[in-house]
Design a protein around this ligand. Structure first.
Ligand code: MIC
Ligand code: SF4
Length: 641
């Protein structure tokens, strides 16, 4: 039996376990990346391991999320990350150099290598044939220290593309189509390989749009073959030597095969508040639009920006619309400026933002009250834009421009003829904003610069064999980490200050949660299916842990969040019978008994001590995970081992 692309990379990196679906495996990690919103915590964790240098082939620290400096906090964190990177052998991408995933694709990604990043959109690297996965900061810290990365061996899905995209239909529409087909939980436990003759017309940045948004499917990662297109991209980046060909074997076996005919694809749009709420753009035509944002790690490549510039050229956006453009990297911005396309964008009335995440994470540019915002981004979760009652829609750059020009949702095919956009043969390479780490000799004496906003890491409690606690909060299906630990310009600066962050925990669901949880001392949260989808932020586990949450019981969990909960010493358990979800209520007093024996058996008994009713909860912890939970989290476990 042949191998899929992902299986080949896993096979080459396997450290422990058997490559059988559902089994725990661990793999060697070649590269890591961090961004600043999760990075400060990841490097604090790395420091506690007491190692001098990272042990990876390449580790890069990016500053791209917390770039609004409305107080000392973000600037202090940037300085901390810069100094810790120099000391420990990590490359540092300066603020303004671009969004981690875009820059990593341009400058560092290599086909056939493994990459984990403390950001859920790390699978962007799959566009270049890497096995790239999002992870919690602590897992990234362990990988930097040379430790293996543990995952459950995923199923393999294949998406076959046939035909060719028509004008005004682009890679983003392919992402939205697969979300329409599979939903935000459809990729859980799977790696999605893209293939078929339709991929030969997709450039690396277009492939990266697709692997980027595979995160919204809940997939472990997504991957394209490394082929002539990949080779041409690497050569254009002056990195031809990084190319290796990589494809699946003809007799590779997939758990599911999905076909998409590109000839038939139409411009699509995801409606509030979920990326899988997908309809055709046509069906919403005429909806008034207040704001349009073009950028983010999904759609900020040079190709995207050149298309946008060509469509805006000589035209003026509607006065009722505010349009922002954030190029994905300094390379993209410089090349736009050099060829004059930037002037076309500015002349249309657009506002140019920094090469950073910006509005995608609510770091500025929040929409007006009840505003309708069309964004080329990947997430439209409630409240994420920074305006609680805004309605965010996800679209392609083409559809975004059509809305900016007409002031309403408009099918881009109505814009006339699609201007021909050609990519330059070579990219302008300038790595001067990536600072190499100090040599070992110099690093010894370097001081790590810490600001007053960095507060000590909260200590997790070891899981007990018997636990009685109240059900503090019950939430529904598809709860995102943006619900659990909101981001945005006002909260993000406190990512290294868990006590301060804790005031905002579950703010989108119930503003009284932090106070109630704290008063209880220890508590249990109940959720529906796909609990913890979305971002990789370990803060969505660390903050509940700080507030005393000991156990989360849900119908099912998203992969990275379940790992983050265990790393934080919180036990994720699932209902053996999903209908039992309906029988639990906020305020119930719940008892978990014989937890340690239950962990071994995979079944733990939960008793409602008010009513006497009993429920069976499932778990499938590996020996390592049991040990982590008993130790009180991964940090403690790592120290002890
Ligand atoms: C996101 O898109 O939600 C983020 C912000 O990039 C997160 C990371 C974070 O919360 O810092 C992610 O995707 O992991
Ligand atoms: Fe940044 Fe948005 Fe991409 Fe997250 S999804 S890395 S916030 S651009």
């Amino acid at each position: 039996m042949g191998y899929t692309i992902a299986q080949k990379i896993i096979r080459e990196h396997l450290v422990s376990g058997e490559m059988k679906v559902g089994e725990e495996i661990s793999i060697k990690i070649d590269q890591t990346l961090t961004q600043d919103a999760t990075g400060t915590m990841a490097y604090l964790e790395f420091e506690t391991m007491g190692l001098d240098r990272v042990k990876t082939e390449k580790s890069v620290a990016y500053i791209d999320h917390n770039t609004l400096q409305s107080g000392f906090e973000n600037a202090d964190d940037h300085r901390y990350i810069q100094s810790v990177a120099a000391k420990h052998g990590i490359y540092f991408s300066r603020p303004g150099n671009g969004i981690c995933h875009q820059v990593h694709l341009e400058r560092f990604g290599k086909p056939g290598k493994t990459l984990i990043g403390s950001d859920s959109h790390t699978p962007t690297g799959g566009g270049i044939g890497m096995l790239a996965m999002g992870a919690g900061g602590l897992d990234v810290a362990v990988a930097m220290g040379g430790g293996a990365y543990y995952i459950t061996m995923p199923k393999m899905y294949k998406v076959n593309l046939t035909g060719k995209l028509r004008p005004f239909v682009s890679a983003k529409d392919i992402s939205l189509e697969i979300l329409r087909i599979l939903s935000v939980k459809g990729g859980v436990g799977a790696i999605i390989e893209w293939g078929g003759e339709g991929i030969k017309n997709l450039s690396v940045p277009e492939r990266a749009t697709i692997t980027n948004m595979g995160t919204e499917l809940g997939a472990t990662t997504s991957i394209f073959p490394s082929d002539e297109v990949t080779k041409a991209f690497l050569e254009a980046e002056g990195r031809g030597e990084d190319y290796i060909p990589l494809q699946s074997d003809a007799d590779a076996v997939y758990d599911r095969i999905i076909d998409i005919n590109l000839d038939e694809l139409k411009p699509l749009i995801a409606c509030p508040h979920s990326p899988d709420n997908v309809v055709t753009v046509e069906s919403l035509k005429g909806t008034k639009v207040d704001q349009v944002c073009i950028g983010s790690c999904t759609n900020s490549s040079l190709l995207d920006m050149l298309k946008v510039a060509a469509l805006l050229k000589g035209k003026t956006i509607k006065p009722s619309v505010s349009l922002s453009i954030s190029p994905g990297s300094r390379q993209v911005l410089t090349m736009l400026a050099d060829c004059g396309a930037l002037s076309d964008i500015l002349a249309s009335g657009a506002r140019l933002l920094e090469c950073a995440c910006g509005p995608c994470i609510g770091m500025g540019f929040s929409p007006n009250s009840a505003g309708v915002s069309l964004r080329t981004f990947n997430r439209n979760f409630e409240g994420r834009s920074g305006t609680a009652d805004a309605g965010v829609y996800l679209v392609s750059p083409e559809t975004a421009v059509a809305a900016a020009l007409t002031g309403e949702i408009t099918c881009p095919t109505l814009l006339g003829e699609m201007p021909k956009v050609t990519m330059p043969e070579g990219f302008k390479v300038d790595d001067s904003a990536v600072l190499a780490p100090a040599s070992l000799e110099i690093a010894k004496d370097l001081e790590v610069l810490r600001g007053p906003n960095i507060k000590p890491f909260p200590e997790a409690r070891p899981q007990a064999d018997n636990l009685t606690a109240r059900l503090v909060l019950k939430v529904g299906d598809n709860i995102t980490t943006d619900h659990i630990m909101p981001a945005g310009a006002k909260i993000l600066p406190y990512r290294s200050n868990i006590p301060h962050l804790s005031q905002f925990c579950f703010g989108v669901c119930d503003k009284t949660f932090p106070e109630r949880a704290k008063a209880l001392g220890q508590s249990i949260v109940v959720g529906g299916s796909n609990y913890g989808q979305g971002s990789s932020r370990e803060h969505a586990a660390l903050v509940p842990m700080y507030l005393g949450v000991r156990v989360v019981i849900a119908k099912s969990f998203a992969r990275i969040h379940a790992a983050n909960l265990i790393n934080a010493g919180i036990m994720p358990l699932t209902f053996a019978n999903p209908d039992d979800y309906d029988k639990l209520n906020e305020g119930d007093s719940l008892n978990l008994s014989d937890v340690f024996v239950g962990m071994d058996k995979g079944k733990i008994t939960l008793k409602n001590t008010d009513t006497g009713e009993e429920f069976i909860l499932d778990c499938s912890f590996t020996d390592r995970q049991k040990a982590i939970l008993k130790a009180g989290g991964l940090l403690q476990y790592t120290k002890e081992n």
